[in-house]
Design a binder for this molecule. Structure first.
Ligand code: GLU
Length: 325
């Protein structure tokens, strides 16, 4: 059978190690951006924290700074949830039920549901991700949660736990996501109780990860769904292809166009300051740095992704890798 997995490899280890260290030195001093405050528990994040992790599809890891600092996964859960749902119900049905076109709107837009006649958005924004959560297999919230938590843990290659403080803080304030879920119900675009689904979505956003974990999770998507260290086939290769496609069109919300223009790779950001970038066939990059730009994307994360994409020669459309020093 022909391979579904893109090929290629990162430059040699010394080059990657040196460039990861250089990115950390270059962007550590940057002070732009603001830590997210709309979820109260996120407001206490340290704006100086800055971690970088690169994982190759062979399982080599390159890290700098706070790569082992835990934080809540937030919207970076969306591509992994979508992957698990596609694996469970098939990517055709997932597309038909959730949509795959970018909205050009902020992540938590209610308009994303009203915009199109069919109410469809895409699984990288809250509306589509909440709808995707409702499709998790299981008749009860507990069964759906077990499916989600186990699936995410397989992507990480270790059991992932909930950040209870972030979860409680978001549950107390997430009226907007509840509004989106209610609107989806009116459009017949949600397949489980809206309140219970919003709660599950919020829980999934509060799973605690590190940049190290996210780099391996991103590398699993880069590797046709097989975890580089555990060797587990978490999802099938064709699923990764469609997940990466929606990350290209909608991973950075309304700035996804700028992102693909500059970085040229599938990416996903989250409001806690995490960010992943996937170089198909080669590896995954993850960063953690809480200060965000106006669209909710980590400032240092974007600078790092841009620098490393260029210097490691990762741009999907055309690129020139750095030669060894
Ligand atoms: N839990 C957050 C929300 O739904 C995730 C948003 C994000 O990371 O962009 O508001």
């Amino acid at each position: 059978m022909e391979s579904w997995i893109s090929t290629g490899h990162l430059p040699n280890e010394a080059v990657v190690r040196q460039l990861v260290a250089e990115a950390h030195q270059r962007y550590g001093p940057r002070r732009e951006g603001k830590v997210a405050r709309y979820i109260p528990a996120l407001a206490s994040a340290n704006p100086a924290d800055f971690g970088i992790a690169v994982a190759s599809t062979q399982g080599q890891l390159f890290e700098a700074g706070e790569a082992h600092q835990p934080f809540s996964i937030q919207s970076i859960s969306k591509p992994f949830l979508f992957a698990l749902i596609c694996q469970a119900i098939g990517e055709r049905e997932a597309r038909q039920k959730l949509g795959v076109n970018s909205t050009g709107l902020p992540f938590n837009s209610v308009q994303a549901v009203e915009r199109a006649e069919d109410g469809l958005s895409n699984p990288m924004v809250n509306a589509g991700a909440i709808a995707a959560t409702s499709l998790a297999p299981g008749d009860t919230a507990e069964a759906k949660w077990a499916f989600i938590q186990e699936g995410f843990s397989r992507f990480a290659g270790r059991p992932l736990a909930l950040d209870g403080e972030v979860y409680a803080s978001e549950v107390a304030t997430n009226r907007r996501n509840l509004g989106i879920a209610t609107l989806l119900e009116e459009q017949e675009g949600i397949w489980f109780d809206p309140e219970a689904t919003t709660d599950l979505y919020t829980r999934q956003c509060a799973l605690s990860v590190t940049s190290h974990d996210l780099a391996l999770m991103a590398a699993t998507l880069a590797n046709g769904g097989r975890h580089p260290l555990s060797g587990e086939q978490v999802v099938e290769p064709p699923i990764c292809q469609v997940v990466l496609a929606v990350m290209v069109t909608a991973g950075l919300y309304e700035t996804s166009g700028d992102w693909i223009y500059d970085i040229g790779l599938p990416g996903k950001s989250g409001v806690s300051g995490g960010m992943i970038t996937v170089a198909p066939g080669k590896g995954g990059l993850a960063t953690y740095s809480p200060p965000l730009d106006g669209a909710g994307n980590s400032v240092r994360g974007q600078l790092t992704a841009s620098f490393l994409s260029e210097r490691l020669g990762l741009h999907l459309l055309a690129s020139r890798p750095a030669s060894p020093a």
